[in-house]
Design a protein. Structure first.
Length: 163
């Protein structure tokens, strides 16, 4: 991975992370300051809390991607240490799906006249879980690559002994 690519990705990750922190702070400020224009109605308060949690899940994924990019740059991504960050991404995606399902449940009572919206939102939640499964498959590919790298290192050591 080139230096320009790594720098560009890090700039994007930093901007997104800064933006998500800003959103969280503003939502929490609206909840605790008493300056809530909707006067703290239950559905909006619940949606704000769920949004803060969902943004937190996205932040976990951003930090894990940042760490993986650093490992790629150093050439150490094909190691057991990378699994911690890939597992963090999978966990964050599953958490985001659960947050989305809770948003769907909070929104459902207002959609009694048009239940299709709730079904579509549920389908989006299932799609988010599908992304977690795709990352899980990629984790399995990483596991195979790490195992092959370990085996290649062992075989190289044996060959060096013979020579």
């Amino acid at each position: 991975m080139g230096k320009l690519t790594v720098r560009a990705l890090r700039v994007v990750l930093a901007v997104v992370l800064t933006g998500t922190v800003f959103v969280q702070v503003m939502m929490l400020w609206a909840l605790v300051s008493g300056n809530d224009p909707e006067d703290g109605t239950l559905p909006l308060t619940a949606l704000r809390l769920v949004t803060v949690l969902g943004v937190g899940a996205a932040q976990v994924a951003l930090v894990c991607v940042w760490r993986l990019v650093a490992m790629v740059r150093r050439g150490t991504v094909f190691s057991h240490a990378a699994f911690r960050y890939v597992d963090g991404i999978i966990g964050a995606i599953v958490a985001a799906a659960l947050v989305w399902f809770s948003v769907t449940a909070l929104n459902a009572p207002g959609q009694r006249d048009d239940p299709g919206v709730t079904l579509i939102m549920g389908g989006i939640g299932v799609a988010i879980l599908g992304v977690a499964l795709i990352v899980l498959v990629l984790r399995m590919l990483l596991a195979q690559a790490v195992a092959r790298d370990v085996e290649a290192t062992r075989m190289q050591a044996e060959l060096n002994e013979v020579i």
